[in-house]
Design a protein around this ligand. Structure first.
Ligand code: SGN
Ligand code: CA
Length: 544
């Protein structure tokens, strides 16, 4: 207003200087505009204009690509996960470095292999003072939150807000620890985790970009379905993998001595929901305690859902293969029911983003802490470097910058998540991070860029331990996989994934693969040097 008045006061006698004054006014006006727009950028420009995307990192526990329609599942549909895939990229070859929960989480946070970040197995405590990518995002102005399963024993660091499940967490009426304070919440864990994440989004500072880690407990063992999915799949028979009755011929000792067999290892009450069976061990007792923790309605609905089916099972008196098939159906249906609840809740998050105009400028990552066996080789659980548990789902959507509905065969690793998100946030990627930013693959519409990695390295440590999977490390290329099982054995396995995608035939002794074997041994050593995994370099050298 003031400058406008001043402009009208310009006297004719100053005519000669009008041009100068007008341009001066223009200059002042323009400066004012620049100043005002700068203020606007600082105060109310949505993050997209400030160039920083919002990020939601959604991770499930033990969800595998065989149970995702985006990956061609023949056993279920996950329409909301498809919404992420259809608005972004699907990685066809995403792998973990150590297929187990806490280690995988530590790898993701640090972008460093387990032998460097210190979490080799589920028993170790994460050193939260070390560098993590959420800390780096927080330092550059992101508001950060971590909601759901954490499992790293130490308290989360690098988050403005955290609300986590203690340990593995419970499916019904779980405790959560919110910023150090432990409280029980009534409800189903997948719904509650989503509620807390949406509550945090709702109260966030809209002037700043956000980074949210939304970590579901589901579909982890013991696969307790939520109230909305208790009778889903009741009238269906889920197809079984054709190698369910694997006899492990042509494989090594590790496959024969594992304890992950659906037909042999599952506990009657805890895993199979034979709720009136005699408890056989601590897990079964634990399951009965979990029922007591439910509200009368929750318990009633849960018990009713299994009653008739369990009565029919008791009458049938199944034995041998028929019993194994029944166990598979019970297991897979409960697993898929848990997945269905995750999928519904992902839908709630996507709806929230859409309704609040946040979808375009929010990067959504969907992944799991590792893959899982859904009856392949007769197994449940993970740990092995075999395909089903070595792979992990990876979908990334970023409608504003990433082409929709594409896929990529490039080798991605969970080690890459941190560098990728830092890259998108415009934060320098620290040199000691061992992963690579996937942004260059996304920018290249999913096509491999020059010099992109052609092999991945793996190392699993939790042995002796639950499920008895022996320690091993290995290398995978596009066509082959070489694994060394060590510690209390010294056995090598080699698979030709093109001829034998289900890894049923170890060709390590086959002379026609001699050269392949030599090349892979060399590659393995190089990767161990690159990733500084010194313990195993020695063991490779000694058994070479
Ligand atoms: C528990 C489960 C195992 C599972 C580990 C690790 N047993 O010990 O089946 O492999 O967790 O899972 S249970 O009887 O307690 O359910 S992880 O995903 O956390 O690594
Ligand atoms: Ca897991």
């Amino acid at each position: 207003m003031k400058s406008k008045a001043k402009f009208h006061l310009i006297n004719k006698s100053f005519f000669s200087s009008i041009d100068f004054r007008v341009s001066k006014f223009k200059f002042i006006g323009a400066s004012l505009l620049v100043f005002l727009s700068l203020i606007t950028v600082n105060c109310s420009t949505p993050p997209e204009e400030a160039g920083k995307p919002n990020i939601i990192f959604i991770m499930t526990d033990d969800h595998t690509i065989q149970a995702m329609s985006a990956y061609g599942s023949v056993i279920n549909k996950t329409p909301n996960m498809d919404r992420i895939a259809n608005t972004g990229i699907r990685f066809n070859n995403a792998f973990v470095t150590n297929s187990i929960c806490a280690p995988s989480r530590a790898v993701i946070l640090t972008s460093k292999f387990s032998h460097i970040n210190g979490v080799l197995d589920n028993a170790q405590t994460f050193d939260g003072t070390q560098q993590t990518f959420p800390k780096l995002l927080q330092k550059t102005g992101y508001q950060t939150a971590m909601v759901g399963k954490w499992h790293l024993k130490s308290e989360p660091t690098g988050f403005d807000y955290w609300n986590i499940l203690p340990g593995q967490g419970l499916y019904y009426n779980p405790d959560f620890i919110e910023m150090g304070e432990r409280k029980m919440h009534e409800g189903y864990v997948t719904d509650l985790t989503t509620d807390f994440a949406l509550d945090w989004l709702e109260q966030r500072d809209e002037e700043k970009p956000f980074y949210l880690m939304l970590h579901h407990k589901a579909p982890h063992r013991n696969w307790m379905p939520g109230p909305d999915h208790l009778s889903m799949y009741d009238d269906e028979e889920i197809p079984m993998p054709d190698n369910f009755f694997d006899d492990y011929e042509n494989r090594g000792t590790a496959s024969k001595t594992q304890e992950m067999s659906i037909s042999e290892i599952m506990f009657p009450v805890y895993d199979l929901k034979l709720l009136n069976a005699e408890p056989t061990n601590g897990n079964d007792e634990f399951m009965l305690k979990r029922l007591e923790r439910m509200t009368p309605k929750q318990r009633n609905d849960f018990e009713n859902a299994y009653r008739e089916k369990n009565e029919a099972f008791a009458k049938a008196n199944l034995k041998g293969e028929e019993l194994a098939k029944w166990k598979y159906q019970r297991y897979i249906k409960d697993y898929l029911r848990c997945v269905a609840s995750v999928d519904d809740n992902i839908g709630r998050v996507l709806d929230y983003l859409e309704q609040n105009g946040l979808r375009e400028n929010t990067i959504i990552v969907y992944t799991s802490d590792q893959g899982f066996y859904l009856g392949e080789h007769g197994w449940f659980d993970k740990r092995f470097m075999y395909e089903e548990s070595y792979r992990t789902p990876l979908l990334i959507s970023y409608p504003e910058k990433v082409k929709k509905g594409i896929d990529s065969d490039a080798f991605a690793m969970n080690l890459d998540f941190g560098p990728t998100l830092l890259d998108y946030a415009g934060v320098e990627i620290p040199e000691d991070m061992q992963g690579k930013s996937l942004k260059e693959i996304l920018d290249n519409n999913g096509n491999e860029t020059k010099g992109w990695r052609q092999s991945t390295y793996y190392h699993y440590f939790e042995y002796p331990g639950v499920h008895a999977v022996k320690r091993h490390y290995g290398v995978r290329t596009k066509r082959y996989k070489l694994i060394h099982f060590y510690h209390d054995i010294d056995e090598w396995e080699l698979y030709d994934l093109e001829k034998d995608p289900k890894e049923m035939n170890n060709v390590i002794e086959d002379l026609s693969y001699k050269e392949v074997k030599m090349t892979l041994m060399k590659e393995l050593k190089e990767l161990q040097i690159q990733y500084q995994d010194s313990v195993s370099i020695n063991s490779v050298t000694s058994s070479d």
